[in-house]
Design a protein around this ligand. Structure first.
Ligand code: P53
Length: 473
């Protein structure tokens, strides 16, 4: 099986996990800028009100790996590996520091001009996420985040500005990173602070509706700005298996899978799926829609389906089995006795990628794009300045094999960008020591280090993979 010669190989990062320079050139605070690292981060994500009132000793997003000042050097390294595509995000509060200004911040726009030009210099196509866990903090504090319909206007204004500015530089865009994350970490995904006496599901699904409408409106603006632009949705994917062949388990897995596909059903097909009214009723949710919402959703579905894949998931109706839950991932699941796990407890399942791809393609019949996949691990810099990361090569080799199998099954796949192609701050834990990169960055959990970059063994391996279009793994 051969991949298409235009297959988009590359890597991915997000602004808040890479750039640093958190107040430079007029940038405002993003919600992620008030989050600490380690155990405290988990607490803060679960109870964001604590984060709003606590002074932590270290905020990893403030400096990250200082990509803001190292992007030239880093993109050069990506080019050396042969990247055809580089996924990053635009930091919304670099463009609108508070989110509700009348005019954008020119300095912020200039940074991305320079960044995209640098990519073009090497023939690397940028793939850009509009909102990756970094809604402006001001919009959270003053408006309540995405629960407020006004966010749709602020977001579409931001989208209009960046589409106008980069319409000839960026062809591929994603509207929201992991749109289903709003169910699991509502603060991260939607800037939501949920009161104890509120129906949490009501707040989350109403906010999700606002994002779905905003996503379609952004698609409309993009198409009107430049019809060549291609818009994708983005799902934190991973098929949810039934634990046993008991029909109760199978039915539960159908229902659990619907929780993730719900978002993509709307974005890919342009309407709420047929199970919606029952689904929302069971959660006691009443969606407030405005006139015209349904038309917008219908008229502007996405062009392609992008997703992250780290692991499959598992569900059971058996109370005893349900006690055996994994830790370490925002999306909690059960221990699968057939799978090994990473040092952070993420279960490793390459065949799960093939299964997930087939399910997504069967369901939507639109091109897929794997925009995140990889292994977060502890790396040791050797004396001669490299990392022997055979474990990472092994993980990626098996996943790329599974991906190619899925293509041979008939799945239409546009590309593959591995997550954290250069070491960056972890989203879930804020740690630096959870590394994904082909490039090691000398920086630790407390923010100490030279920020110097080193090529790992996987750097040369991935270069070869791209060179041979996936034939030599
Ligand atoms: P980290 C949880 C479960 C699945 C995907 O995650 C997730 C998360 C959040 O932790 O997020 C995506 O850095 C996300 C990236 C993130 C990456 O997975 O916690 O889009 O921002 O870095 C890996 O190991």
């Amino acid at each position: 099986m051969k991949l298409d010669k235009n297959f988009l190989w590359g890597g991915a990062v997000a602004a808040n996990q890479a750039e640093g320079a958190y107040l430079e050139d007029g940038k405002g605070l993003a919600l992620v800028d008030i989050l600490p690292s380690g155990v405290k981060r988990r607490e803060a994500l679960l109870n964001p009100k604590v984060a709003l009132t606590t002074n932590y000793s270290h905020y990893p997003s403030h400096e990250s790996i200082d990509f803001y000042h190292h992007y030239k050097e880093d993109i050069k390294l990506f080019a050396e590996m042969g990247f055809k595509v580089f996924r990053t995000s635009i930091s919304w509060p670099r463009i609108f520091p508070n989110g509700d200004e009348a005019e954008p911040n020119e300095k912020g726009l200039q940074f991305y001009d320079a960044l995209f030009d640098e990519c073009k210099k090497y023939g690397i196509e940028p793939l850009v996420t509009l909102n990756h866990f970094d809604t402006p903090l001001h919009l959270v504090k003053e408006y309540g985040g995405w629960r407020n319909r006004k966010l749709v206007d602020f977001y579409t204004k931001y989208a209009q500005v960046v589409f106008d500015r980069y319409k000839d530089k960026v062809k591929y865009w994603l509207t929201f990173n992991e749109i289903n994350m709003i169910l699991h970490i509502p603060f991260f995904g939607g800037g939501l602070l949920i009161e104890e006496d509120e129906n949490e599901e009501q707040v989350k699904y109403q906010a999700a509706h606002h994002q779905l409408v905003a996503s379609s409106l952004a698609t409309k603006i993009a198409k009107e700005t430049n019809p060549q632009i291609m818009i994708g949705c983005m799902l934190a994917a991973g098929e949810i298996y039934p634990y046993s062949c008991h029909p109760n388990d199978i039915w539960k897995s159908v229902q659990e899978n619907r929780k993730q596909y719900f978002f993509i059903d709307v974005q890919a097909r342009g309407e709420y799926p047929s199970y919606t009214s029952k689904f929302l009723e069971e959660r006691n949710v009443q969606l407030e829609m405005e006139q015209g919402d349904e038309e917008i959703l219908k008229q502007y579905p996405v062009d392609f389906i992008s997703f992250s894949y780290y692991s499959s998931r598992l569900t059971s109706t058996d109370p005893e089995i349900n006690q055996n839950r994994t830790t370490g991932n925002a999306i909690k699941t059960l221990r699968n006795p057939h799978l090994k796990a990473s040092e952070w407890g993420w279960q490793i399942d390459p065949l799960g990628l093939r299964i997930t791809m087939n399910q997504l393609y069967d369901r939507y019949q639109k091109p897929l794009f794997i925009v995140e996949n990889g292994l977060g691990a502890v790396d040791e810099l050797t004396e001669d300045g490299t990392v022997d990361d055979d474990y990472r090569i092994e993980y990626m080799r098996e996943h790329i094999k599974a991906m190619i199998e899925a293509v041979s099954d008939g799945v239409d796949l546009m590309g593959y960008t591995s997550w954290g192609c250069i070491d960056i701050v972890s989203a879930g834990t804020g740690e630096m020591r959870k590394r994904y990169g082909f490039i090691y960055v000398d920086r630790d959990n407390e923010g100490n280090g030279t920020n110097k970059r080193y090529k790992k063994k996987s750097f040369y391996w991935y270069k070869k993979v791209i060179e041979t279009n996936g034939e030599e793994l």
